[in-house]
Write a protein that binds this ligand. Structure first.
Ligand SMILES: Nc1nc2c(c(=O)[nH]1)N(C=O)[C@@H](CNc1ccc(C(=O)N[C@@H](CCC(=O)O)C(=O)O)cc1)CN2
Ligand SMILES: Nc1ncnc2c1ncn2[C@@H]1O[C@H](COP(=O)(O)OP(=O)(O)OP(=O)(O)O)[C@@H](O)[C@H]1O
Length: 190
């Protein structure tokens, strides 16, 4: 058994910080903070396909980004054939059913989409856009392949407590273009 890497230790402490922060919010307060973040998201999202996610546990929820979106705005969601498969994006809007990670997802019959904008869930993030996620490499792999064949703008969404001074990036890490919290919008590159 090997000892945990410093990234795993940081992931664990950031997850704990996120969990205890979110647990302490009362529902109205949480909804207000999420609404503030959604306002910031709507100010940066542009034309094309958006990819969102269905929040779990203590994650900040982007669900209401669909409110006041342009008519017929396509919004895609992560989709997995199995736990081992790579992450794809499929069009949401109809029914969602349970996926292999306990997160609901569109049906396998929903069209596969190439997102122009991706709202990325986070465990932690730094102001340069280096991120820590669940550790399975789902977003790193998906972003690498999307960036290889075109442009995609990535927006990390987090509670303010998830923003830390510095995260050491691994060679495979895909940095974020923007970070949005209830109180801040950070562009990681000019
Ligand atoms: N809301 C949400 N959707 C998402 C992600 C995410 O981080 N958040 N993903 C990001 O890649 C992808 C799913 N990838 C995942 C990879 C691993 C685990 C996982 O190991 N979960 C732990 C529980 C972790 C916790 O308590 O926070 C588990 O199942 O034991 C979950 C999702 C796509 N959809
Ligand atoms: N482009 C890639 N090709 C192959 N493997 C990759 C690629 N990107 C990441 N990985 C693998 O996936 C894992 C990602 O671990 P890491 O701790 O960086 O995840 P993370 O930053 O929490 O990101 P994610 O939210 O994407 O899971 C590593 O084991 C890495 O080797």
């Amino acid at each position: 058994m090997t000892s945990p890497t410093s990234k795993e230790i940081l992931r664990q402490s950031l997850r704990q910080a996120r969990d205890s922060y979110a647990r302490a919010l009362d529902p109205a307060e949480r909804a207000g903070l999420e609404a503030a973040a959604i306002g910031r998201l709507r100010a940066v999202l542009g034309p094309g396909v958006w990819a969102s996610y269905l929040a779990m546990g203590s994650e900040i929820s982007p669900a209401r980004v669909a409110d006041n979106a342009p008519p017929d705005q396509p919004i895609a969601f992560p989709w997995f054939e199995s736990r081992e498969a790579r992450m794809l994006f499929r069009l949401g809007g109809g029914v969602f059913s349970s996926g292999p990670f306990g997160i609901r997802q569109p049906p396998g019959t929903a069209p596969e989409m190439r997102p122009d904008w991706i709202i990325v869930p986070l465990v932690g993030v730094d102001p340069a856009g280096n991120r820590i996620g669940q550790g399975a490499g789902h977003y790193d792999r998906a972003l690498q392949s999307l960036r290889e064949d075109g442009r995609v703008t990535t927006i990390g969404l987090a509670w303010d407590v998830q923003l830390v001074d510095s995260i050491a990036a691994d060679p495979w890490d895909q940095p974020l273009d923007l970070i949005i919290t209830p109180s801040r919008t950070i562009r990681t590159r000019p």
